[in-house]
Write a protein that binds this ligand. Structure first.
Ligand code: IPM
Ligand code: MG
Length: 370
């Protein structure tokens, strides 16, 4: 039996509730299908701050580096609004991304037929939507130096962040986008702001060169990121794969999330480069939604984004493609049958708790596996 090491970092807010539904699946997959998952749990975000005074401990960081994959819930909440900047909850997530070198963030936005009515956009605009945002995750303004607030000594301060990209960073992220496009509709749209940013000029140039050198079979277009945001809400189905930098990717993926009906539906995978010897990649899987402190602890959060993130884990970290397909089908079937958490509730549907939604998906997954 293969051994598959998972580190679970549920974090804060609704993170632990959502993660509990994934652990149900892991238990069933181990007991009934010999999946051989070995799980360990750690602390991240506010939970880690409360326990050790930092956003993730060195010991948990070590565990993350040696796991086959990390499943991450969510971090943050008003309780930690006043903790020092270096140890704020988000710093735990950023440290994981940076030290695990998870440069490629995959954020698929799929509109399940059953949810086409829940989007704030017209049904014909979002029905059948299936796009993939590939966001650069370890560079750009999130990590560029200098990053500081300096005192100008005249009663003024200056806040500085630095947007910086090197050729290799743009090459590797666009390579991931082109490779993934080949498994889909073979279309990539690259978004930047070359009209105002030097990093945008280089971005566009390097994406075009990478395309010419290795991926000319894929259709490539370029769009300014502001226009891209507008096109995403105007007619999102024009896109297949979108590749963009860290900050634009953060914003555009939240926009894309809303197209699908609810932020509670969107999974993501953050991947490192394949190890030259084993071919395996460091990886972290997390729902795009945050910790949603307003509904935490009430048992009403939507666990689908977390469960769908686990499906991405099966697909990308363990090559368990059939299981991933089945899990995604289980989610879609459960929605077709009318199960809804509060965030996606609509008339005539059946409103259920986090745990009941998780149970329904587990049962459906079992039935589909029989
Ligand atoms: C995301 C989040 C994070 C980000 C925060 C929590 C640091 O918004 O994953 O999209 O900005 O990257
Ligand atoms: Mg975000």
């Amino acid at each position: 039996m293969a051994s598959r090491k998972l580190l679970l970092l549920p974090g804060d807010g609704i993170g632990p509730e959502a993660m509990a539904e994934v652990t149900k699946l892991i238990t069933v997959m181990n007991a009934e299908f010999g999946a051989g998952f070995e799980t360990e749990a750690g602390l991240v975000g506010g939970a880690a701050y409360d326990a050790h005074g930092e956003a993730i401990s060195d010991a948990d960081m070590e565990r993350a580096l040696s796991a086959d994959a990390v499943l991450f819930g969510a971090v943050g909440g008003p309780k930690w609004d006043d903790v020092p900047y270096e140890v704020r909850p988000e710093a735990g997530l950023l440290r994981l991304r940076k030290e695990m070198e998870l440069f490629a963030n995959l954020r698929p936005a799929i509109c399940y037929p059953a949810l086409a009515e829940s989007s704030s956009l017209r049904k014909d605009v979002v029905e059948g939507l299936d796009i993939l945002i590939v966001r650069e995750l370890t560079g750009g303004v999130y990590f560029g130096e200098p990053k500081e607030i300096i005192d100008l000594g005249n009663g003024q301060k200056r806040g500085i962040d630095t947007q910086v990209y090197d050729t290799f960073e743009i090459e590797r992220i666009s390579g991931v986008a082109f490779e993934l496009a080949r498994t889909r509709q073979s279309k990539v749209c690259s978004m930047e702001k070359h009209n105002v940013m030097k990093s945008g000029v280089l971005w566009k140039e390097v994406v075009a060169e990478t395309h010419k050198a290795k991926y000319s079979d894929v259709e490539l277009t370029h769009m300014l990121a502001d226009a891209g945001g507008m096109q995403l809400v105007r007619w999102p189905k024009q896109f297949d794969v979108i590749v963009t930098d860290n900050l634009f990717g953060d914003m555009l993926s939240d926009v894309a999330a809303m197209l699908t009906g609810s932020l509670g539906m969107l999974p993501s995978a953050s991947l490192g480069a394949p190890d030259p010897k084993t071919g395996s990649r460091k990886a972290l899987y997390e729902p795009v939604h945050g910790s949603a402190p307003d509904i935490a602890g009430k048992g009403i959060a939507n666990p689908i984004a977390m469960i769908a993130s686990f499906a991405m884990c099966l697909r990308y970290s363990f090559n368990m493609v059939a299981e991933a397909d089945r899990l995604e089908k289980a989610i879609s079937d459960v929605l077709d049958e009318g199960y809804r958490t509060g965030d996606i509730m609509s008339e005539g549907m059946r409103e259920v708790s986090t745990s009941a939604m998780g149970d329904a998906v587990v049962e459906k997954f079992r039935a589909l596996s029989a």
